[in-house]
Design a protein around this ligand. Structure first.
Ligand code: SAH
Length: 471
């Protein structure tokens, strides 16, 4: 290790910044946030440092750095020099070396007794990242990654856990027991309740678990199911929450529409189970999947159920949730980007547009999923942009239904195969050509059929590739 990471208490301690520019102001900010009394030595202050001064966060010693100035101010515990004059930086460094004061010259590791890490601030939890001064940019990128993985609510969680530390100590006398207790609590559904829910509810859960532990020994690990919308294909379209829950799962259940790269994002040791459904066995298998989730959760496992798109849009998510409720298993639903949103964006047209369409219908094209009940008369006269899911096989019916009820045969249609993936293919035609095009081009599921004038907007967004005559 190049440096020993330490968290130092500098509350009410004197610290010194030499320099009045933006870099100096950023460093001053760290001292200020940590509760130090900050003196700034500089002949002039730029806007950012002025801001600190205006808010009474710093004491300004309006002067060039010199031994004399150092005699005039309180002896600092730590010094940072951030000026663009190298001779000043070196003078500060030398002074500090001679007087045994730890010093940091900004961006010059060779003149640093300590370095300042990139910080993920979830006070009181603080994560410090250092590359040993080799690449501040890399440290910042790593910080960005961690920021996305650790929700803001971790501040609340850490606070809450801190407040309960003594209570748990009183209830569970041996140290190993306490460790097991906290591990069970901090890996279970409590975390999400404390981070996202209200504090009272989280406290109630903790109180209950402490009582149980005191009366009956250690709590059993608590299983949970996450119904996660994995988006339409491109792994980048997962939400932060989807990724976070996926990465804390012990078991991952996924089906056909979920990209392999997304399944890969789970923890290495997580068990991965493919539950892709085949049409013929739809019904039986759906129940099997739900029961599998119930059983795994009852064993104390955290189960991620990955679903293509959004779990509540033609994803049978609610049926699975209902089964979980029936069996008393706790669950969370993570919304995902549904195929309609993903495919239209990646195929360069919107679903609504002030000039073309004021509403959207998401429609099933699959008979078993209810296509028999689709009201083509209403759709044909609605002005909606229509998005047919699972519609490839039934395209001739969709086409006939809409035409029969008076829809303009020249209405634009887009068919998007494997949307948002590297294999995305877009096809365009008009409503009267739909069946023929699907057959000729041998279009296969998963594909989305979009019908509506709004597709013409694509011509404006891709002027080099105009499809329609009078857009
Ligand atoms: N819950 C999913 C839909 C599941 S139904 C969602 O919200 O997107 C399955 C149908 O979704 C497929 O038959 C197809 O019509 C559509 N679909 C899903 N992913 C798709 C993709 N990447 N490209 C095109 N269509 C897709």
């Amino acid at each position: 290790m190049d440096y020993l990471p330490l968290f130092v208490n500098i509350k009410n301690q004197h610290c010194l910044i030499v320099g009045g520019g933006p870099v100096a102001a950023r460093k001053a900010d760290l001292f200020i946030k940590s509760g130090a009394i900050v003196t700034v030595v500089a002949p002039e202050l730029k806007t950012e440092m002025m801001h600190h001064l205006a808010h009474c966060k710093i004491i300004w010693q309006m002067d060039e750095f010199s031994e004399q100035v150092m005699n005039d101010i309180q002896k600092p515990k730590y010094v940072i020099s951030a000026t663009d004059k190298q001779e000043v930086n070196l003078a500060v460094y030398e002074y500090c070396q001679n007087h045994n004061i730890p010093v940091n010259v900004a961006d010059q590791t060779e003149y640093c007794d300590f370095i300042l890490p990139a910080i993920v601030d979830r006070e009181p939890m603080t994560i410090a990242i250092s590359t040993g001064g080799r690449s501040p940019v890399l440290a910042r990128l790593m910080k960005a990654r961690l920021e996305t993985m650790i929700p803001n609510g971790f501040s609340k969680l850490t606070d809450l856990v801190g407040r309960y530390r003594q209570k748990v100590k009183d209830a569970i006398s041996n140290e190993d027991g306490r460790k097991v207790f906290w591990e069970a609590i901090l890996q279970g559904s409590f975390i999400d309740k404390a981070v996202h829910g209200n504090a009272d509810e989280a406290e109630k859960i903790l109180d209950k678990r402490i009582d149980q532990a005191a009366k009956y020994g250690q709590p059993l690990p608590e299983g949970e199911v996450y119904l996660i919308g994995a988006g339409p294909g491109d792994p980048d379209l997962m939400t932060f929450k989807a990724l976070r829950l996926l990465q804390q799962a012990d078991v991952v259940l996924y089906d056909r529409l979920v990209a392999p790269e997304i399944v890969e994002m789970a923890r290495r040791e997580a068990e991965r189970i493919y539950v892709g459904k085949k049409d013929k066995w739809h019904k039986v298998q759906q129940e099997d999947i739900s029961m599998m989730m119930v059983e795994l959760a009852k064993q104390g496992k955290r189960v991620a159920r990955l679903k293509g798109g959004d779990p509540y849009i033609f994803g049978r998510g609610a049926e699975e949730a209902e089964m979980l409720v029936d069996h008393g298993v706790s669950y969370q639903v993570v919304p995902g980007i549904t195929a309609a949103a993903g495919c239209s964006a990646y195929a360069s047209f919107p679903l609504t547009h002030r000039e073309f369409s004021q509403s959207v219908s998401l429609v099933t094209g699959h008979q078993q999923a209810g296509a028999d009940g689709v009201d083509y008369a209403r759709l044909a006269n609605s002005g909606d942009t229509m998005v047919f899911y699972m519609g490839v096989k039934n395209a001739p019916r969709i086409q006939a239904g809409l035409l029969k009820h008076g829809m303009n045969p020249k209405t634009p249609v887009a068919v998007i195969e494997k949307g948002t993936t590297a294999d995305q293919v877009e096809h365009f035609c008009t409503l009267d050509e739909l069946s023929e095009m699907l057959e000729q081009r041998e279009i296969k599921p998963p594909a989305l059929i979009v019908v509506g004038e709004v597709i013409k907007v694509r011509d404006r967004l891709m002027p080099g590739k105009k499809l329609f005559k009078a857009a």
